[in-house]
Design a binder for this molecule. Structure first.
Ligand SMILES: [Mn+2]
Length: 329
C-alpha cells in the first residue's frame, strides 16, 4: 500500500470512529512517544475522543511532552477498547506488552519503520526507509492537510531527532532533514528539546556514569571494553532501570575500542548484558542470540539467570578472545 492509498483508508477510518486509542511500544522511546503524542493532537483536532495509552509512565527525560490529559497509563481494569486502535513504532504485537489484549482483529492500524515488522494489524503501513515513525506520521499529517505547529511539532521533532541521534546516524536522510527543517520553521525551540532529549541527566544518572567509568576495564590491547556493575554499585538509582539507557555506549565511545560489554547484576540476582560493536565485522547479535537474547549486529543484549557476574564476564572474555585472537585476563 502506498502512502496515498494508506492515507485515504486511514482518513476514512478516522472519520467513522468516535473513540481512538494510540499505542506506542513498551519501554517507549522518543520516537514511540513523540509519534503517539503528535497523533493524539492530530486526532483531537478532528474532534475525536483520542487517548495515548502507555504501558509504563513517561520516562522523566520526556516529561516535557506530557502536556495534555489525553496521555494515560494502561490500567487492565479499564482496558483500552476503542472504535479504532493505532500501534506506532511497534514491530510486533508482543511489543505492546499487556496492552496487546486491546488489539482486536478489526479496525487496527500499524504505522512503523522497523524492518522486522510482522504486519500484525488489519491495516499496516511500514516504511523501512523512514528514519523514524515520526517521519511517517509527519507525512500522513501533511497528506491530510493538518497544520502542524507547537506541541505536535515538538513531539515530531523529538521523535525524529531521537531515532537519528540528533540527525547524525546513518538512517538520517535528506528527507529527515527537510522534515525537521519544516518543523523548525513552526518556531519550536530545538535547543531546549535537544538539551532535554540528549544532554540533560538527572543526578543519579550522572552518578551512574561515574560508577560505569570507574568499573570499565580495557582488554586485548584496548580492543574490548568491559563494564561490570554489582547491584550495590548503583543502589542510588532506587530501581530506575531507565537510567541504564545508553550507558553501554561508554565502551565503544572510547577511542580504539572495537567491542564493548556492560555486565550488571540486577536486584533479583540475574545478570543483564548489553553488547556493542564498533564495526560491522564484529557481530554481537550472534553472542546475544546464543544466549537467548537478541538485537542487531552492533547492538545486542541478553539476560542470564544461571551464572554469576564473574562467570558471565569470564564467558564473554572467552568469546572475544577468539575474535581478537589473543589470550589475556
Ligand atoms: Mn522508531
Amino acid at each position: 500500500m502506498n502512502l496515498n492509498e494508506f492515507c485515504e483508508a486511514f482518513e476514512c477510518a478516522v472519520e467513522n470512529s468516535g473513540s481512538i486509542v494510540i499505542l506506542p511500544h513498551v519501554s517507549a522511546d522518543g520516537d514511540a512517544l513523540g509519534s503517539a503524542i503528535a497523533m493524539g493532537y492530530f486526532l483531537i483536532s478532528k474532534n475525536k475522543n483520542a487517548r495515548v495509552v502507555l504501558e509504563e509512565p513517561i520516562p522523566d527525560k520526556y516529561n516535557f511532552l506530557n502536556n495534555d490529559d489525553f496521555i494515560e497509563l494502561y490500567e487492565p481494569v479499564r482496558g483500552c477498547a476503542a472504535d479504532m486502535i493505532i500501534a506506532l513504532d511497534t514491530g510486533d504485537i508482543n511489543r505492546l506488552g499487556a496492552r496487546k489484549t486491546c488489539f482486536p482483529a478489526d479496525n487496527t492500524w500499524n504505522i512503523d519503520h522497523h524492518k522486522t515488522n510482522t504486519g500484525f494489524a488489519k491495516n499496516n503501513y511500514v516504511d523501512t526507509l523512514a528514519s523514524s515513525t515520526g517521519e511517517i506520521v509527519f507525512r500522513i499529517m501533511e497528506k491530510m492537510d493538518y497544520h502542524i505547529c507547537c506541541r505536535p511539532a515538538e513531539a515530531l521533532f523529538t521523535a525524529i531527532s531521537t531515532d537519528t541521534g540528533g540527525l547524525r546516524y546513518s538512517n538520517t536522510t535528506p528527507d529527515s532533514m527537510r522534515i525537521c527543517a519544516s518543523l523548525l520553521e513552526t518556531g519550536i525551540d530545538i535547543a531546549e528539546i535537544s538539551h532535554r532529549a540528549f544532554d540533560m541527566m538527572p543526578y543519579p544518572k550522572v552518578l551512574l556514569q561515574g560508577a560505569a567509568i570507574d568499573n570499565m576495564r580495557l582488554y586485548f590491547n584496548g580492543d574490548l571494553a568491559v563494564i561490570t556493575l554489582k547491584s550495590k554499585d548503583y543502589d542510588f538509582l532506587n530501581g530506575k532501570e531507565e537510567y541504564f539507557d545508553g550507558i553501554v555506549n561508554l565502551t565503544v565511545n572510547t577511542e580504539g575500542v572495537r567491542a564493548g560489554a556492560l555486565i550488571r547484576e540486577t536486584s533479583d540476582g540475574t545478570i543483564k548484558v548489553n553488547l556493542r560493536s564498533a564495526e560491522d565485522g564484529i557481530d554481537v547479535s550472534s553472542l546475544a542470540g546464543a544466549n537467548n537474547g537478541g538485537g542487531h549486529v552492533r547492538a545486542a543484549g541478553f539476560t542470564d539467570a544461571s551464572r554469576s557476574l564473574e562467570q558471565v564476564k569470564e564467558y564473554i572474555m572467552g568469546y572475544f578472545a577468539e575474535i581478537f585472537g589473543k589470550n589475556e585476563h
